[in-house]
Design a protein around this ligand. Structure first.
Ligand code: FES
Ligand code: FES
Length: 155
């Protein structure tokens, strides 16, 4: 048995040590907000927070998590940054198909926690790891500015 803390709750899971955290949260714990995209660390759809850092859950063996705190998109509505970002996402109509969006929000929130008013250059530098096949990048950037109080940028 492995104990993993997800969204503030300790869960005991009976899985192989090398099972990716992505499968633990989705298939074992039933939290399907975190998405599977490439499974190879190339798309960012699976982004979660581990001790506040944005990480690819598909590239994180469960045994490597240890006592770290995992946060998924399901808990972001309960944090001030997550709430502000999700409201800005809605106000800005960011979402097209939506598949990449939990990962985008998780990475944006981790960035904002460190840099409360990121510049366009900072946003590009941090967010490039999260791909959006629908091309929502201008609205993602605008929503980040809206959430951080810097006003909308031209989309
Ligand atoms: S599914 Fe993890 S980076 Fe693509
Ligand atoms: S909204 Fe469709 S992949 Fe990003």
């Amino acid at each position: 048995m492995t104990t993993v803390n997800v969204n503030g709750v300790d869960h005991q899971v009976d899985v192989d040590d090398d099972m990716p955290l992505l499968w633990v949260v989705r298939d074992v714990l039933g939290m399907t907000g975190t998405k599977f995209g490439c499974g190879a660390g190339l798309c960012g759809a699976c982004t979660v927070h581990i001790d506040g850092e944005a990480q690819f859950a598909c590239q994180t063996p469960i045994a490597s998590v240890g006592t770290s705190k995992v946060t998924t998109i399901e808990a972001m509505k309960d944090s001030p940054i997550g709430k502000a970002v999700q409201e800005a996402w809605i106000d800005t109509d960011v979402v097209q198909c939506g598949y990449c969006q939990p990962g985008q929000i998780m990475r944006a929130c981790a960035m904002i926690a460190k840099s409360p008013q990121p510049t366009d250059a900072e946003i590009d530098e941090v967010m490039y790891t999260n791909l959006c096949r629908c091309g929502c990048y201008p609205r993602i950037r605008a929503a980040i500015h809206k959430a951080t109080g810097a006003g909308k940028v031209a989309a």
